[in-house]
Write a protein that binds this ligand. Structure first.
Ligand code: MN
Length: 201
């Protein structure tokens, strides 16, 4: 099955003033779309490689596949992590788990913000559930797939590629990250936490 670009769960202008509609439209309709196309194109090329039984291009194709599928996965997650009705703080079991694993919500928020702001080049900050230890961790993802521990399930991701914010926030990545906290969909993050905890290591 080819990958397809998902619709956003809200209008392009819905996250304003925290995220400009112009920036969001380009981000979704051009940048995310390119990863979807890239994933499909790479799968087609891999089928050709298998058909010819000539694997001389395999290493590059595997890297391209990881890059594009991971880009598609993270953007699909990112859109659902945001909502015009978001912000504030989580409640319930997610709130308790953040306290347990990070000391407090404020400490989690500081680590997540700094992990995002301090990415060198292009990448993401992520809150993830690590099933082997049953831990909540913050990851700093390079590109879409580097520096990630295997098996951890991302629950909340912040895109800090320049394409994510440059039109709206110019060079000030920290202001974009600060604004994202106003539109986090904690109900979505809590749902993902509940689902992830149901998975065995
Ligand atoms: Mn992006």
């Amino acid at each position: 099955m080819p990958y397809t670009l998902p619709e956003l769960p809200y209008d392009y202008s819905a996250l304003e003033p925290h995220y400009s509609g112009e920036n969001l439209e380009l981000h979704h309709s051009k940048h995310h779309a390119a990863y979807v196309t890239g994933a499909n194109t790479t799968l087609d090329k891999l089928a050709e490689v298998r058909g010819k039984n000539d694997f001389s291009t395999l290493v590059g194709l595997e890297k391209t596949l990881a890059f594009n599928i991971s880009g598609h996965v993270l953007h699909s997650l990112f859109w659902n992590n945001l909502t015009p009705d978001g912000g504030d703080r989580p409640g319930g079991e997610l709130a308790a788990a953040l306290d347990e694993h990070f000391g407090s919500f404020d400490a989690f928020q500081a680590q997540m913000s700094q992990a995002s702001v301090l990415v060198q080049g292009s990448g993401w900050g992520a809150l993830a559930y690590e099933p082997l230890g049953g831990n909540l961790i913050v990851e700093q993802i390079y590109d879409h797939h580097g520096n990630v521990g295997n098996g951890a399930i991302p629950l909340l991701v912040f895109d800090v590629w320049e394409h994510a914010y440059y039109l709206h926030y110019r060079n000030v990545r920290a202001d974009f990250v600060k604004a994202l906290w106003n539109v986090v969909n904690w109900a979505d993050v809590s749902k993902r936490f509940d689902q992830a905890r149901g998975m065995s290591a």
